[in-house]
Design a binder for this molecule. Structure first.
Ligand code: PMP
Length: 400
């Protein structure tokens, strides 16, 4: 029999051969634009900390206070004895922020998708999802045992055709449509109004992952569901706490019935130790800032930075309000060497490769933060000019 290590050595050699090998970079500083990555001082354009809250004094203070009062570990799952006050406070805050009857917090966004979808959907049902939804949704959909159909990215005609097929196919089963609102690797947004209309027409359920939009869009910064005015049509709103909110964890917001049901049936919630109280307390502080005048100012700064970047290129690209901008290179090696060139100039922009994006769709993914300064952007733009690096045009399906 071949030893495990021999098999793995061979598999890793294959991954390396395809230029898809990944390794961890040690970051020796807080999450902020000026970071020490692999012992090198860089300006970081790769974080999802869009509002610069991950290292904000108020979040740190909330976490420290929670540690002083509740300790570090939660000790058990929420249903055993781990349901601490910071979790409940955070859930009340999220429900109020999203204007839903309730909310439920999970340890990560990944666990949120897994728990919610597998609790709600089973093999009699059909899940219809956008081709580019996050891996957590794909994995959850597979685990649910339901029949899966994928519609072309942001293509409502394709979705409509599939839903007609679903109507013929489902007997007693449900149809669940799942999409992201702001897509994590392309920065474009889903045509939520059209999707919501199709959902009503076909009596389907609708789940929207607002991981990258919560805190950034809509009058109350609830997300694109608010901006597109489709809150009533979205049955299951998903979010993460590790991006604009500045902490860690994930959540579902929705009706009281949805939350009560997930408490009883979402396996990644039931069979997992509750999030550390510090993470939940910090996330609550993150929502408090987002809802305050300071949050408004941070968002304004982020928008100014995005505008500074996008207005420097003649060719229009993607959504001009998105903090995520891809530069699609195609070849994995070409993406890696462009990332390396930028790194030599002191800018960390990661090369995103298969399986995070499709094969041959490797890219640099720029993300912007309210914590970036005007000169951070100016220096990046100067370096990109020297390298003749321009962001890609991403088909804009819905105006932001
Ligand atoms: N959904 C999307 C769209 C994401 O980008 C991510 C994180 N990359 C997740 C879900 C998972 O969230 P978390 O990192 O909190 O597990």
């Amino acid at each position: 029999m071949t030893s495990l290590d021999d098999v793995l050595r061979g598999r890793l050699a294959e991954i390396q051969e395809a230029n898809l090998l990944r390794s961890l970079r040690v970051v020796n500083s807080p999450q902020q634009p000026h970071a020490i990555i692999r012992d090198r001082a860089v300006t970081n354009f790769s974080s999802n900390d869009y509002l610069g809250l991950a290292n904000h004094p108020k979040l740190k203070q909330a976490a420290v206070q929670a540690i002083e009062r509740f300790g570090v570990g939660s000790g058990a799952s929420r249903l055993i004895c781990g349901s601490l006050e910071p979790h409940h406070q955070l859930e009340r805050t999220i429900a109020e922020f999203k204007a839903t009857e309730g909310a439920l917090v999970f340890s990560t966004g990944y666990a949120t998708a897994l728990g919610a979808i597998t609790a709600l959907i089973s093999k009699e049902d059909i899940i219809v999802m956008d081709k580019l939804v996050h891996a957590s949704i794909v994995d959850a959909a597979r685990l649910s045992g339901a029949r899966l159909r994928v519609f072309a990215h942001n293509d409502v005609h394709d979705l409509s055709g599939i839903l007609k097929w679903c109507d013929r196919e489902t007997k007693n089963g449900q149809i669940l449509i799942v999409t992201e609102s702001l897509f994590s690797m392309d920065g474009d947004c889903a045509p939520l109004a059209e999707i919501a209309a199709l959902k009503e027409q076909h009596h389907a359920w609708l789940m929207v992952d607002e991981a990258h939009a919560t805190g950034l869009f809509g009058r109350n910064r609830r997300g694109l569901v608010e901006q597109f005015g489709v809150s009533r049509a979205v049955d299951i709103q998903m979010g993460t706490l590790g991006k604009a909110i500045g902490s860690a964890g994930g959540f579902i917001a929705g009706s009281k019935w949805l939350i009560d049901y997930l408490v009883n049936r979402a396996r990644s919630f039931i069979f997992s130790t509750a999030p550390p109280p510090a993470a939940s307390a910090a996330a609550k502080a993150g929502f408090d800032i987002i809802s305050s005048p300071e949050g408004e100012e941070l968002l304004e700064t982020l928008r100014t930075r995005i505008d500074q970047f996008s207005s420097s290129f003649q060719r229009p690209f993607g959504n001009r309000n998105s903090p995520i901008v891809p530069l699609i290179v195609g070849e994995e090696t070409a993406a890696l060497s462009l990332a390396e060139e930028l790194l030599k100039k002191g800018f960390y922009v990661p090369a995103i490769r298969y399986p995070t994006v499709g094969r041959g769709k490797a890219r640099l993914r720029f993300t912007f933060s309210a914590a970036h300064s005007e000169s951070d952007l100016a220096e990046l733009l100067a370096a990109m000019k020297v390298l003749k690096a321009e962001p890609s045009f991403v088909r804009e399906s819905s105006a932001l």
